[in-house]
Each structure stands twice: as C-alpha cells, then as structure tokens.
Design a protein around this ligand. Structure first.
Ligand SMILES: [Fe+2]
Length: 337
C-alpha cells in the first residue's frame, strides 16, 4: 500500500468518492465492519434532506412528498402542446457537436446544453429557465446549482450481438449519496425503446437498505462486477424487492412527460429492442454529499460547470488520442441527433 497517498484517501472520505477499489479506506474491510460505508450513506442522506428543506419554499408539497416517499416525481403533459412541438422541432433541427458513449450494446449520443448552445436553442432555453422547474430541480438535487443539461438520444443494441450487455440495464444504484437525474421525454417511451425502471421507495436509507449497504460494503472491493467494486452497486431482483415498497416499475410514458428521480434509489435502463432509440432532454446534479448548506446558485456557477465539463472532455480526448484511441465520450461526425 502506498501510504504516502493516505492524506488523499482520507480527504476523499469527505467527498463523493465511492470506489472500493481505488481508495483502500473506502474499501477497508475493517473500517466498513465498524460502519464507515453505512455511516457515509446515512450522513449523506440526512445532509441532503437538510439542504432540501432549505430549498423547499415555492415547491408544491405534493411534489416534495412524492419525491421523498417514492424517490421520483412524474409530470405528464408537462408543456403546453404547441410549446412541446416547437421544442421537439428545434431539437431535431439543431446541428452541433455530438458526443457518444458506448456501453455494451447501447450508444448514447449527447449534445451538451452549454450557454452558447442554449442561445441557439431558445425553445430549450425557455423550458430550462422556467422558475417553477428551477425550484423543483434545486429541491430534488438538494443544491442551488442547477443540473448540467444535455439533449440525449439513447440508441439501443446498435452494435453487433457479440457485444456485452449494457451495464446500465442491470438494476443498480449510482452511488452512496442522493443524486438527481431528470428526463423530459421528447418521444413516447415504450417497451420497444426502453423505459426507465425504478424501485419506488428505494431512495430512503431505511433499516433494510442500511443492512444491504453494510453487507455490500464488505463484499464490494473484491466483487466480480467492476461497477459494484467502484461503488455503484448492482442489485439483484430479489434484493430490489426488499429495498422498495414494490418491485421494479418501468415508466412507460408519453412524450412530453417530465421525470425526476433520485438515482440513489434502485434503477436501470429498461430493456429495449435493437435499433430503437429514445430522445429526451436529460440532466443530472450531484454535489458534495456532506455539505450542510445548499450553495448560492449564482448563474456564474451554473455556467462554470459547463466550462469545467467541456475542458475535462477535451483533456480526455487528448489523453486518448495520445494512446491512439477514443475517449469514452468522444465527438462523432454526425451533427444532428
Ligand atoms: Fe444509473
């Protein structure tokens, strides 16, 4: 063990770091037997609840209760029909940089909705700048900074059949801390193009969940599944039933449905037919799990996070190119989703 790195590993305990493999303290059998992992889960949850409470003003009580009790908010017919049609048209006609990520047999295409892109997409900007939506985003994220938004098109089974299964299609939790993700579906979501699957009620650290987290924390480091070893635990069907109020529920929803979910809850990308795709506005927000305050939400910070992501992607591109390969989120030639 390289003990010179101990201060770094120790410092990471107070951040969103989650890998049982990369950080020997997070992965420590002894510390986890004393409750390190479960303690982080519990504290992260209650700190997020504290921040959410501060962001509650102006958010309808029904939405808050639904989100806390079941881990998601679903709003059908979200936009007025004419506005929705204009939004879909604008997105489909937009030409710009598309990045692709291939996981198993799924290729995800995304356009980052950075400030300069939004200027060219006023129909999208109007949706994302709605103050009621911003309040709901902030509440569900437990942070005043807004989510990083993209237009996303998920292409299912577009690689050859010899390719491994998409790891996101197995039930899992993203991390040990509450994390907000949202989708505003721009087309119908069916069994054909793969509904988001969620276990309602699995977003709370109740006794059963903490027991499961404890057991997983003792096995994660040496787990055969590399995502589990990195702290994004995969969940069996049997465990999923125990962790929520019901089993996994697929969200087969109409176009123009807004879904916001806490992906600390058990979820998966639903199975889909090869060749199908699913278009949505998509975004996510994750912050330091142990912050007691929700931040200030200045527009400057909202913009800055796009710059940071853009720079990170370019650095990944350069590193991959130096090795003669492609970064995991590489730019593709296609310019339209
Ligand atoms: Fe996930």
């Amino acid at each position: 063990m390289q003990w010179t790195r101990f201060p770094l590993w120790f410092g990471e305990l107070f951040t969103g770091a989650k890998s049982f493999k990369a950080n020997p303290l997070i992965g420590s059998d002894r510390l986890n037997r004393y409750g390190l992992h479960v303690g982080r889960v519990w504290l992260a949850y209650w700190m997020s609840r504290l921040r959410m409470a501060m962001l509650a003003p102006g958010v309808p009580r029904a939405d808050r209760e639904q989100f806390q009790r079941y881990g998601y908010v679903l709003k059908e017919d979200y936009l007025p029909e004419a506005q929705f049609q204009a939004l879909v048209k604008a997105v489909r006609e937009y030409e710009g940089e598309i990045r692709e990520c291939c996981q198993g047999d799924t290729n995800t295409h995304r356009i980052l909705l950075a400030p300069e892109v939004l200027e060219q997409l006023p129909a999208v900007k109007a949706v994302l700048e709605d103050s009621a939506l911003k309040r709901l985003f902030r509440y569900c994220a437990g942070h005043a900074r807004l989510p990083i938004c993209h237009v996303e098109n998920v292409h299912n089974g577009s690689r050859d059949s010899a390719t491994a299964r998409d790891p996101q299609k197995n039930l899992h939790v993203d991390t040990f801390q509450p994390t907000m993700k949202f989708w505003l579906y721009l087309e119908d979501v069916t069994d054909e193009n793969g509904p988001f699957v969620f276990v309602p009620g699995s977003n709370r650290p109740h006794r059963e969940r903490l027991k499961w987290e404890y057991e997983m924390s003792l096995r994660a480091k040496a787990h055969a599944d590399r995502y589990t070893a990195r702290g994004s635990f995969r969940v069996s069907e049997e465990d999923a039933r125990k962790l929520g109020v019901s089993g996994p529920q697929p969200f087969r929803v109409k176009a123009n449905t807004l879904l916001i979910a806490n992906t600390f809850g058990v979820h998966a990308r639903g199975n889909a037919e090869p060749g199908s795709s699913r278009l949505a506005l998509w975004g996510m927000s994750r912050t330091n799990p142990f912050l007691p305050l929700p931040g200030l939400g200045f527009d400057y910070f909202n913009r800055l996070q796009y710059r940071v992501l853009q720079r990170m992607r370019r650095q990944e591109d350069a590193r991959a190119a130096a090795k003669g390969g492609q970064s995991s989120w590489h730019v593709i030639e296609q310019r339209r989703l």
